[in-house]
Design a binder for this molecule. Structure first.
Ligand code: NDP
Length: 279
């Protein structure tokens, strides 16, 4: 049986460490959470983020705006929060309604308060190895690997997916840890063969159970970023867990793998934002 990488336990440990840090150092931080419209999934995510803030002992301020909010109104709110010294981090829950340009909004958030790590400054810093906010899901995967004692240095790492929020930053982080990195996408030829070279395979493809054992080298670490609700109501990932488990050396389950890490790393970024301000 492979090592099952327990994201739930690791994220709980990170949140406990942060809770202690916030109390010990008397850190005061406030995260502004903006939601436009009432997409049910977004409402659940926003609720979990606010709950995590309360758990580690930082404040959160909610801005629940109606679906018909204009781009100008949202920009005005972001500007106001950028200028507000009491607010350390700003999170705009995505997706935004189609009449609002997401890029414009992300670019408007002050890079000093960009706790999602999506601003071009944050991405640029990551690219050149400078200190800055890192996109939470890929940062969480690095923590999962490190805390599970899975070495990255010198390893063949293959990332399936090249999105701005998962695939690309994932590849950059693995590179920063001295992995040898290949990025695959929908135009990649010979995908299975490339994936079978991987010591560490990260699937961020958005296709339920696409990665079967034919993609996996014996003993490889398999990280499943995908999250899908199946017809029977159960969750599954981009990896066919039952098929891959017998050949993998280590694997993340869905749920309970990568998912819980995203919020834990958001909390890391919030504490970082507050500490930066105090420096
Ligand atoms: P995107 O849809 O933005 O990106 C998917 C990527 O997969 C694209 O780069 C695409 O290639 C590539 N791709 C699609 N089909 C294939 C294929 N058949 N073969 C090879 N590559 C393919 O998704 P995200 O990166 O935002 O998310 C990926 C998954 O992770 C989703 O299931 C999402 O729900 C989940 N997710 C989970 C999070 C968590 O906290 N657990 C957080 C964020 C996302 P191309 O660029 O060529 O189109």
């Amino acid at each position: 049986m492979p090592q099952i990488i327990d994201g739930k336990a690791i994220s709980a440990a990170i949140k406990d460490e942060l809770k202690k840090e916030v109390a010990d150092k008397n850190i005061s931080a406030v995260l502004a959470v903006i939601q436009v419209g009432c997409d049910p999934a977004s409402t659940v995510y926003v609720g979990s983020k606010k709950k995590a803030c309360a758990y580690i002992g930082i404040g959160s301020e909610s801005f629940e705006l109606p679906e018909e909010t204009t781009e100008e109104e949202l920009i005005a709110l972001v500007d106001r929060l950028n200028a507000d010294d009491k607010i350390n981090g700003i999170l705009v829950q995505l997706p935004l309604p189609s009449h609002i340009d997401e890029k414009k909004i992300i670019n408007r958030i002050s890079p000093l308060k960009d706790v999602d790590g999506f601003h071009p400054w944050s991405v640029g810093n990551l690219c050149i190895g400078q200190e800055g906010f890192v996109s939470c899901t890929p940062a969480g995967i690095i923590e999962l690997l490190k805390r599970s004692n899975i070495e990255i240095e010198g390893k063949e790492c293959v990332v399936i997916g090249r999105s701005n929020i998962v695939g690309k930053p994932m590849a950059l982080l693995l590179l920063a840890e001295n992995g040898t990195v290949t990025i695959c996408h929908s135009r990649t030829k010979g995908l299975k063969e490339i994936c079978r070279r991987a010591d560490i395979l990260v699937a961020a493809v958005g296709k339920p159970k696409m990665v079967t054992r034919e993609y996996v080298k014996e003993g490889a670490t398999v990280i499943d970023v995908g999250i899908h609700r199946m017809d029977d109501g159960k969750l599954c990932g981009d990896v066919d867990f039952d098929d891959v488990s017998p050949v993998a050396g280590a694997i993340t389950p869905v749920p309970g793998g990568v998912g819980p890490m995203t919020i834990a790393m958001l909390m890391v970024n919030c504490v970082k934002a507050a500490s930066r301000k105090e420096n």
